[in-house]
Design a protein around this ligand. Structure first.
Ligand code: CUA
Length: 428
């Protein structure tokens, strides 16, 4: 054996180790990288619709694995058996070419058709199931309308009608009854979005002027991460939402509370309002995760904790100031706070915003410091958003002057921000 080939033989395991090391470095030696049960996992799922779709994925994987092993084995066999063994072999004329063996060719066609049929049957079944769940499921189904906006989701509950108002409206957090099939009607008010809750059901597009829908069912109470899955402009990647599945009684309690008008905190004896949230950190970096580890570990408990007003630390005077600021700074033009001021419908309904776990369309945890961050630098948090840039004829934080230059329109002082945070957080 020549020295060079000896060296290359010895180097082979070394190179393999090096490649493994590089892979470990690339993934930051983070074992979580290899876990399959993340928030948006399509492998560890919690509902029958997602399960039927996962099943199609597995069937396809198994069929392709069998094909891979078969083709790989034939290739390996031919490579080894017919390899050049001597100098003469290397320069030999190719053997006489045949024109195929009818039996082998027919068998290959038959095997390919069989492989396609094996994949097609569960695929067609899953497609039918996605749009048409069982009769028993349908009889007990719950209906919800979801509308995509740049860049947030509106959820309407047509079966929960509020007198003189219309259906119950929520935003960015879809609360559903667990164990029941839910039909989600999908609409869009501007461009094409896509509704995707990976653990519950596959994505379906929300298309302007076209009525799509999907079925989903959460087997048990839980907290699920959702995401817009169709590119829809600047903040597509941060157009997120949540699905919270609750048991029947808890779901009814939630509906009852949401049907109520916005909560008003009784004004205490007048104390001079203080800028109590001004001290919150301002050094957020772009793309810094907007939620805490505790929240990620126990999101459903966290959601439950958000339903209850924080009776102890509420500053009634500051909340009152926030309500006035909400009106004075024209937030009311786009947002509704039912029972208080504001009837706008182009932006999320904030009647019970304090009871949500997230703000800015699922991007940040609903905590005073994150809310202050969002109000202070909306365009940093969510580029292109309408609160900052305006929508239609309505100016946001900025507007264009006569020469087309961007000038400040809404300016918030730290005091305004503190008051708004106190007010919005009180809307449980
Ligand atoms: Cu909406 Cu992407």
């Amino acid at each position: 054996m020549r020295l060079t080939s000896l060296l290359s033989t010895a180097a082979r395991p070394g190179r393999a180790l090096l490649a493994l090391g590089a892979l470990a470095l690339l993934t930051g030696c983070d074992l979580n990288f290899w876990r399959m049960d993340g928030h948006q996992s399509t492998i560890v799922v919690d509902g029958p619709v997602a399960k039927s779709q996962l099943n199609v994925f597995y069937v396809t994987c198994w069929v392709t694995l069998v094909i891979f092993i078969f083709v790989g084995s034939v290739l390996a066999y031919a490579t080894l058996k017919f390899r050049a063994r001597s100098e003469a072999d290397e320069h030999a004329e190719p053997p006489e070419q045949g024109h195929g063996n009818p039996l082998i060719e027919l068998s290959l066609i038959g095997a390919s058709v069989l492989a396609l049929v094996i994949i097609a049957v569960p695929t067609l079944r899953a497609i039918v199931y996605t749009y048409d769940v069982s009769a028993a499921d349908k009889a007990n189904a719950y209906e919800i309308n979801a509308t995509g906006y740049q860049w947030w989701f509106k959820f309407e509950y047509p079966s929960e009608q509020i007198k003189d108002v219309g259906p119950l409206v929520a935003a960015n957090e879809l609360v559903i009854p667990a164990g029941r099939a839910v039909r989600v009607n999908l609409r869009s008010l501007d461009v094409i979005h896509s509704f995707w809750v990976p653990k519950l059901a596959g994505k379906v597009d929300m298309i302007p002027n076209r009525g799509n829908f999907l079925w989903l069912r959460a087997d048990a109470p839980g907290y699920y991460w959702g995401q817009c899955a169709e590119y829809c402009g600047d903040s597509h990647a941060v157009m997120r939402f949540r699905v919270i599945a609750l048991g029947p009684r808890e779901f009814n309690d939630w509906v009852t509370r949401q049907m109520e008008v916005a909560r008003t905190v009784a004004a205490a004896a007048a104390t001079p309002p203080k800028a109590q949230f001004a001290a919150f950190r301002t050094d957020f970096k772009r793309n810094e995760p907007g939620w805490s580890k505790e929240f990620e570990l126990k999101p459903l408990d966290n959601w439950r904790a958000h339903q209850e007003p924080e009776a102890k630390n509420e500053d009634a005077a500051l909340i009152r100031q926030g309500r006035d600021t909400f009106k004075a700074k024209t937030c009311v033009n786009c947002h509704t706070v039912r029972g208080h001021e504001g009837t706008g419908t182009v932006a999320p309904n904030l009647t019970h915003v304090g009871s949500r776990t997230t703000i800015a369309a699922g991007l940040l945890e609903n905590k005073p410091e994150q809310l202050a961050r969002w109000l202070r630098h909306p365009n940093e948090v969510k580029p292109g958003n309408k609160m900052y840039n305006g929508i239609g004829g309505m100016a946001g934080y900025i507007k264009k002057d006569d020469s087309g230059k961007e000038v400040a329109n809404i300016t918030l002082t730290e005091g305004d921000i503190s008051a708004l945070v106190a007010y919005l957080s009180s809307l449980k």
